[in-house]
Design a protein around this ligand. Sequence first.
Ligand code: OSB
Ligand code: MG
Length: 369
Amino acid sequence: MRIDRVDIIHVKNPFVHPFETSFVRFVERDALLIKIYSEGLTGYGECKAFHAPLYNSEDNGTCLYILKNFLVPSILHQDIEGPAEFMAKVSFIVGNRLAKASIENALWDLKAQREQKSLKALWGGVYEEVKVGVSLGIEPTIPALLNKIEKYLAEGYHRTKLKIKPGKDLAVLKEVRRHYPDITLTVDANSDYTLADIELFKAMDEFNLAYIEQPLAEDDIIDHAVLQKAITTPICLDESIVSVDAARKAIALNSCKVINIKSSRCGGVGEAIKIHDLCREHNIPVWCGGMTELGIGRVQNISLASLPNFTLAHDIAASSRYFAEDITVPVVTTTGRCTLLVPDESNSICYQVDEKAIDRMLVGREVFR
Ligand code: OSB
Ligand code: MG
C-alpha cells in the first residue's frame, strides 16, 4: 500500500474521575493519534504513551520525536506491504515500542479495510465475546474504594483489580476481602516494590488473589523469579514483557504464571500475537491489558482479546468507565453480561472513528505529505 499522507493528531480528553496509580494521578487522557492516508483509504492508530515517562521510558514527547524523525519518514511515499514489513523496516531503531506500535496499529486498520476482513480474522481470533474486568485506581480512603468496588460489581465486571503502592496495600486488601470474601480480586503494583518487600507479598497469600500484577521493576525478571518461588499467589507480568524474547526468559525462569499482553508495550500486534502463541504452548494464560486508551485503541484491544489463549478477564472497560465522550461511533459499551462483542464478518458490529469528537478534543495536528 502506497502511503500518501500521515497526520499526527494530539488530543486531550478529561477523565470522569481522576485515576490514581502508584506512579501518577491521571486527570485526563493526553494522547497522540495516527491517521494514515493510503490509496483512498484512511487507517487510524492510537499511541498509548502518556504525558510523561512514568509507566515506561516513553512519553508523548519521545513518541512525537521518533515518529517525526524516523517512523513517518520510513513509510511516507513508500509502498509498504503491511504491518510486518513496516516493523522489519524500523527494526534498526532500538526500543521506542509505543511509538512503533502506533503506526503498526494504523497499518493493521488499513490492511483490514483493503482485504475487507475483520481484525479478528486477520489475527486468528476465535471468541465472539470477551469478558471485561475493572481496574480501580488508588482512592483517598477505604470507604471511597469500597463504594467504587460496589458500583462496578453491580455493573457485572468479571474481575476487580486494585492499584496498590507502598503504604496503600495490605490494610486496604484486608478491608476489601472482609467486605467481599469471594470476588475475583487482583492487585497491580506498577513496579513500585523491591525484593526487600518479600514479607509483604508473602502476607498477601492469605487474600486469595488471582494474581499480583508487576510487583517489581520492569527489568527485574530474576527478582520476580525469586519472589514467585516464595509465594503461592501467581505473579502476572505487565511492564516486563516488552517482547516475545522477554516472555521466553520470564517463562524459562518461572518469573510469572500469568502474562498481561498490551500490543503497544511490545511494539505492536505482530509481537503481541507471538507472545500469545508462546504463552499458549507453555500453559500461561494471558489477558489484554489497558492503557486507559481512547476508542481507537480500545476497539483494537477487543479484537486482540479474541485470540484463544486470552482466557482471563481483560482491562477493556466500557469507555464510560473513563470518559464522558469518546472518539468512536458507537462508543465501546458492554453487554448485559459485562462482555464486549468482537466485530467480525458474521455480525454487524462496526466501529467508526468519530472525527467530530476528535476535533472537539484537538490540541494540535501535524500533517506530513
Ligand atoms: O498497569 O495496567 C496498567 C493504566 C495506565 C497505565 C498502566 C496500567 C493501567 C491500568 C488501567 O491498570 C487499565 C485500563 O483500564 O485501561
Ligand atoms: Mg499493569
